[in-house]
Design a protein around this ligand. Structure first.
Ligand code: SF4
Ligand SMILES: [Zn+2]
Length: 141
């Protein structure tokens, strides 16, 4: 399966929220990368090594193509979840690490994301699609 094999169509998430969610995932990946991938690796302007840049590019693509548009839930509460399994696992790992640390390092983004999570429109009654407590701190979107 390639990256384009999912059912999500290009969405229309409000530009302000899109920007904020993108900033959130960039911050989370950078935090994770800095602490988990060593000081020696080369990083880009987002603070991401090559491996993390790949994940970030994927997350950004998912975000701009989110099928929920203005009703977008946070990804962790998404009943459909458009990430392919391998990427989903990777982004979860980032969230597990960076989620609890975001309040300290990026309080405004962290709080905005909590608010988005509370009002997410497409939340399935069953909760996070993967049913994992690790989803408590969701990806940027
Ligand atoms: S996982 Fe996130 S980006 Fe993908 S459809 Fe759900 S809310 Fe949209
Ligand atoms: Zn990295």
């Amino acid at each position: 399966m390639n990256d384009m094999d999912d059912p999500s169509a290009p969405g229309s998430v409000a530009p302000k929220r899109l920007t904020r969610e993108e900033r959130t995932i960039v911050a989370m990946v950078a935090l994770y990368c800095r602490d988990q991938h060593g000081a020696e690796v080369r990083r880009d302007a987002d603070g991401a090594c090559a491996e993390c840049t790949e994940l970030l590019a994927y997350a950004r693509l998912r975000l701009v193509r989110c099928r929920y548009g203005a009703d977008k839930p946070t990804c962790a509460k998404c009943p459909m979840h458009c990430y392919k399994p391998a990427m989903r696992e990777r982004v979860r790992e980032v969230m597990r690490y960076s989620g609890p640390r975001m309040l300290k390092s990026h309080p405004v983004l962290a709080l905005a994301h909590l608010v988005d999570g509370r009002r997410g429109g497409a939340v399935d009654a069953a909760g996070p699609a993967a049913g994992s407590a690790a989803d408590r701190e969701p990806p940027a979107g």
